[in-house]
Design a protein around this ligand. Structure first.
Ligand SMILES: [Zn+2]
Length: 362
């Protein structure tokens, strides 16, 4: 679908659309006269370099003898008046699943307005243009986008990575148009759904997807434990003496980063070890956080189940209410967390480009 020439794009290089696209955008007739051109700049994902790129395209303006109108041709890869490709818009919606609107706007150098306009387009399209056939594995998640619309509910096809539905709000009602469009037969063929730990989607899925197993998304479980690390770090800071506060300052990223991503040459590991030696509650939650991440790398469901049980016991033995509360939430979802091993789905399947961008901005 992409004009391949844009891969070679250097600043100042202009791409021409393929000749077969030069036709009336309304009736599709090739019987048109050229009326000049408009240079449009489009933002797209560079498939090999994992970054957004801009390319310029000379869009012919044509007059159709049948419709008697003069317009830009339909580029197919981008909607009229948009400054990004359709594929790029899909990528933005995907990224928003695992990153905040702010993080996406930084990673892709997009304005908040553009991101909201991409989401608004999805809302308007709803499911009308998207074929819902052949769905097997999906993810449903909510996205906070700002004060005006607040929440969106997004459904992704995990096999293609494409968003297939965007609904307004985060209640069950947000999904009603999706269930209506899907219909009971296609709904019965969905095998598994990656979800967060909220009760709303769990109930909606149990009601509508009778044959689907729920897989509690790895990303949301890790997010919960990272929030716990952060809460405990803050609590300990408030309690600490003047000397203790000095050790804690600037340690947030040390604690939240994956241990293997820390930079020993910058003294990160030494600083982390000193902090863990001095503060027992922080050391406890840190070890629990690192251990919890291993639940998804155990190689078998049985081993993971054993590890999760022992993780829950250690959490309770900490006696720290700030740890026990999230541990109880995780226990409540443990069957669905372990379902991962039957289906191997998570929103992490969509990493690659997304993951690399996420790591860059931390
Ligand atoms: Zn026409």
């Amino acid at each position: 679908m992409y004009p391949l020439a844009w891969l070679e794009t250097r600043p100042g290089t202009i791409v021409n659309p393929q000749p077969h696209l030069v036709k009336c955008p309304v009736c599709g007739s090739p019987d048109v006269t050229h009326k000049g051109k408009k240079t449009r700049t489009l933002r797209a994902h560079h498939p090999y370099q994992d970054r957004p790129v801009n390319f310029e395209i000379d869009v012919p303006i044509v007059h159709c003898s049948a419709c008697k109108i003069t317009r830009q041709i339909d580029l197919v890869i981008a909607d009229p008046k948009k400054h990004y490709t359709k594929a790029f818009a899909r990528e933005v919606v995907k990224l928003l699943m695992c990153m905040s609107v702010l993080a996406v706007s930084v990673a892709l150098s997009l304005s908040w307005g553009t991101i909201n306009s991409i989401l608004k387009d999805w809302l308007e399209k709803k499911v009308s243009n998207i074929p819902l056939t052949g769905l097997r594995r999906i993810a449903i998640y909510e996205l906070f986008i700002g004060k005006r619309i607040k929440f969106l509910t997004i459904v992704l096809d995990l096999d293609t990575g494409d968003p297939i539905f965007v609904g307004e709000g985060k209640a069950q009602a947000a999904l009603e148009p999706f269930w209506a469009a899907l219909g009971p037969i296609r709904a019965s063929r969905i095998e598994c759904v990656a979800l967060d730990m909220g009760a709303v989607f769990t109930k909606a899925v149990t009601d509508h997807l009778k044959n689907a197993k729920i897989v509690t998304d790895h990303f949301h479980v890790v997010k919960l434990i990272n929030m716990t690390v952060d809460n405990i770090r803050r609590r300990e800071f408030a309690r600490a003496t003047k000397e203790g506060k000095i050790v804690l300052i600037g340690t947030r990223y040390l604690l939240l980063r994956n241990k293997e991503d820390l930079d020993a040459s910058k003294g990160d590991i030494a600083r982390l070890e000193r902090l863990l030696e001095l503060n027992k509650p922080i050391a406890t939650i840190y070890i629990l956080k690192e251990d919890l991440r291993q639940i998804w790398t155990k190689g078998s469901k049985e081993k993971a189940e054993e590890a999760l049980k022992s993780w829950l016991t250690t959490s309770r033995e900490s006696g720290d209410p700030a740890i026990i509360k999230p541990a109880n939430t995780i226990e409540k979802h443990s069957v669905n967390i372990l379902n991962f091993y039957d289906f191997m789905i998570s929103t992490g399947m969509l990493e690659g480009i997304n993951g690399r961008i996420r790591r860059k901005i931390g």
